[in-house]
Design a protein around this ligand. Structure first.
Ligand code: HAM
Length: 420
């Protein structure tokens, strides 16, 4: 006997009725970005492995432990995208999108892949919606990017998200901090992997969630104390811009984020109803990334919102985004001669933007009525011999069982009015 096949471990998969939540959330974020002039880019799902090694950083967990890397038939090393920023920046450079008006403001969405240990809210295939704005250093752009994410969160209807912000400063600030941190860590007897991380990028040690490391890190020097005056001033300008836009935030000087390209502003949106995987989205500035990937020396900032976690957040807040009734109207043809006119009627209603189902398979009136009930539709439209002769149909309100006849001419307009 053949064994049943299952989706790979840790993969997020969305089927009805919950799949509707994914579309609604994605569309809310997309619309919020479009209202601020961000244009959509469809990016490849796999890229040259070197893009992530160079762009995201060898010392990050994402690159060192979590990539799905494979060789294609031509012997090239490819990687399923673990995040979107590196790929988008590659695309901007390749298509010379940074040669026109700046900043260039773009969005993307789709599946991303990280070989993490699966748990609630952490999957090996997950979904992000992201934006990137490239080619401006204006602190107000940092505030705009954050405000776009927030507008999306609000359009989804979420109430309990908090915004955390921090600054990683400029290269000089981080160099000073790096030295202080290395000096501090030298006093502890650390394992080999951690020593290796310190060599590659000591800031990555701050991501270590092991309790013994968290204990050591409690007393570690803070990056906020190593900021150069100009980096500090820039951060103050970003905070002032957020204040001016009435955006509430908490400064969290332990927010370093897990990717190496960040400088200056970093931020995260957390939802308190989600347990351990509380970050529903995050982002920040990446001013050296274009140059690192062979482009102009332009700065950029963006965010990636985790759609899977936003879905969990809407469930925690009982927002009910699942689609329990895919159609508003269900057409029931009575008898063979009514099938074609019935489907034509369904087509006509659909063209008037009335979501309409149809009773297939020529069943009895009783079983067809059962399908109508099951569909979750508000109205059953019954079309039979007599109805055809009179150019009218019987409309049954499935909520209260009342029935009335309707002329075909005015049916679509009437139904549209009723279901709104
Ligand atoms: P990130 O923080 O790695 O940033 O991911 C962004 C969001 O994706 C997270 O806050 C989380 O909601 C979601 N996410 C990440 N990994 C998983 C997972 N394994 N399962 C479920 N959800 C997940 C980035 O990816 C950056 N590219 C964001 C960015 C854009 N920075 C600048 N521009």
């Amino acid at each position: 006997m053949a064994t049943n096949l299952q989706a790979p471990k840790g993969v997020a998969e969305y089927v009805p009725p919950n799949s509707a939540a994914l579309l609604k959330i994605r569309d809310a974020l997309l619309e919020a970005s479009q209202l601020a002039g961000y244009q959509y880019v469809e990016l490849p799902v796999f890229e040259d492995t070197q893009l992530y090694v160079r762009g995201v950083g060898e010392a990050t967990d994402v690159v060192s432990k979590e990539m799905y890397t494979f060789e294609d038939r031509g012997g090239r090393s490819l990687t399923l995208r673990p995040e979107g920023t590196a790929g988008l920046v590659r695309s901007v450079i390749e298509h010379r999108l940074d040669r026109g008006a700046l900043p260039v403001k773009l969005s993307y969405t789709g599946p991303f892949f990280r070989a993490e240990r699966p748990q609630k809210g952490r999957y090996r295939q997950f979904y992000q919606f992201g934006v990137e704005a490239i080619g401006s250093q204006d602190p107000m752009l940092d505030a705009e990017v954050i405000s776009v994410a927030l507008a999306g969160i609000e359009a989804i209807g979420l109430k309990n998200c908090r915004l955390l912000v921090n600054t990683l400063g400029d290269a000089e600030s981080r160099e000073v901090y790096r030295e202080k941190l290395v000096e501090y860590l030298a006093d502890f007897d650390l394992d080999e992997a951690t020593q290796e991380r310190i060599k590659l990028n000591p800031l990555r040690v701050l991501d270590d969630k092991r309790p013994e490391m968290q204990e050591i890190l409690k007393e570690a020097p803070k990056l906020s104390e190593s900021l150069t005056p100009s980096a500090k001033e820039r951060f103050d300008q970003v905070l002032a811009s957020l204040d001016a836009l009435s955006i509430a935030y908490e400064v969290d000087d332990r927010l370093v984020r897990g990717l190496d390209y960040y400088v200056h502003t970093t931020f995260e949106f957390v939802h308190d109803g989600l347990g351990a995987q509380a970050a529903v989205g995050g982002g920040g500035r990446y001013d050296g990334l274009l140059a690192t990937l062979g482009g102009q020396d332009l700065g950029g900032i963006g965010f990636g919102m985790g759609i899977d976690r936003l879905i969990l957040a809407t469930e925690a807040e009982n927002l009910g985004l699942a689609d329990e009734s895919p159609v508003d109207v269900f057409v029931l043809p009575l008898g063979e001669e009514a099938v074609i006119p019935g489907m034509k009627l369904a087509q006509d209603l659909r063209s008037h933007e009335v979501a309409t189902g149809f009773a297939f398979d020529q069943r009895s009136v009783k079983s067809a009525m059962k399908s109508a009930d099951r569909s979750g539709a508000r109205f059953a439209v019954i079309i039979g011999e007599q109805e055809l002769a009179n150019s009218e149909v019987t409309v049954k309100d499935l909520r209260d069982g009342t029935q009335q006849n309707h002329s075909l001419d005015t049916l679509a307009t009437w139904l549209k009015g009723e279901i709104q």
